[in-house]
Design a binder for this molecule. Sequence first.
Ligand SMILES: Cc1ncc(COP(=O)(O)O)c(C=O)c1O
Length: 431
Amino acid sequence: MALNRRALLSGLAAGFALPAFRVDTLQRVAAAQRAAGSRPPAELAGDEAYWSEIARAFDADRTLVNLNNGGCSPAPSHVLEAMIRDLRFSNEMPVYHMWTVLEPRIESVRRDLAAEFGCDPEEMAITRNASEAMETLTLGIDLKAGDEVVITNQNYGRMITTWEQRGRRDGIVVKQISFPVPPPSSADVVERFRRALTPRTRVIEVTHITNLTGQILPVRDIVRMARERGIEVFVDGAHAFAHFPFKRDDLECDYYGTSLHKWLFAPIGTGFLYVRKEKQKKIWPLMAAPATMDGDIRKYEEIGTHPAANHNAIAGALAFHHGIGGARKAARLRLLRDRWAKRLLAADPRVKVLTPLNDTDSCGIGLIHVEGVDTTKLQAYLWDKHRIMTTPIVHAEFNGLRVTPNVYTTLPEIDVFADKMEEILRKGLPA
Ligand SMILES: Cc1ncc(COP(=O)(O)O)c(C=O)c1O
């Protein structure tokens, strides 16, 4: 959805949990909107007049080239300021300002997040990150010794650790499947899951888009296959939400966890957990809640005293996301990905891009492997020498440099990265 300025303002008037938008940020989005007109996302993706307005909503330090926005993204200035404003307000009289004035506004955030994801607000819990959301599921479902869980060896490390701990504690069996990067097809991935299932399989955990290569996995087909067999599917969408457009019903899933400090650009320490209404009684909260809350999604928010400022500022990040529009954002991220990836692929046969470069199987995340070049040293060199931040990915079956630009990333920044990589391809890394 691409909102124009009027819609953005009326959205605010309709009661987003109202952080004080910095006037110039709103003007940026409005000016960008005017520059955009009604052009389709693919055409707008290369319009620098539009994206430079969007970029100015962030206080990016241009002495640094940040190509690790996947780990954690900066928030636009107005989002950061809303959070700081609410922290200051809380600090004046925490027991009243934070608990009585600010905390109840979590309900507006719940409503807006649910609308964006496509579920009922009563199915949307606000968490501090994807880890909390996913661990609520992993540790909250009743399983007994001998029950089996199927995951992949490309699931997020902390999630694998959580399952393994559950294995040690409760005697459940955790099976890890492997798949090539990139996989030959979506059907191949589904088939690998299917082959690992037995009559004792109770849960599958699948990553919507992997943090390693940026591969988007066929969640809906896995959910359908599992549902026929009475198996629950926990979807780890840490990198997916607000990165590329989709709704809950596209996935048909019952459980979904995500971070919001990655691709929604919400403040650090924000995420959500979706649990379909009829499944909520099956999943215990991580921190105890009274029996009266068994069927209440808010039981997953019983975490004790915490700042209201962080989760309330999600509303401003959502408004910013709507101001751009999910399809436009995804198209821009794919353009940035292709700009470095296709250039480097063409530059040297030692370059392999382990991410499929198309519009359906990946988006802004790309993984580049350079034969004969040590990934960890490459990452360290780019940062130490050129202040270009990337992520070294070292997996048992593959490795490479993960590159994740953002909507504020400029074309010259992508080109500086590609220039330095070409230089390394020509001369090697300095000893
Ligand atoms: C696939 C995946 N799951 C879960 C997480 C955990 O996210 P957070 O640290 O925000 O809890 C990450 C973080 O990068 C991730 O990539």
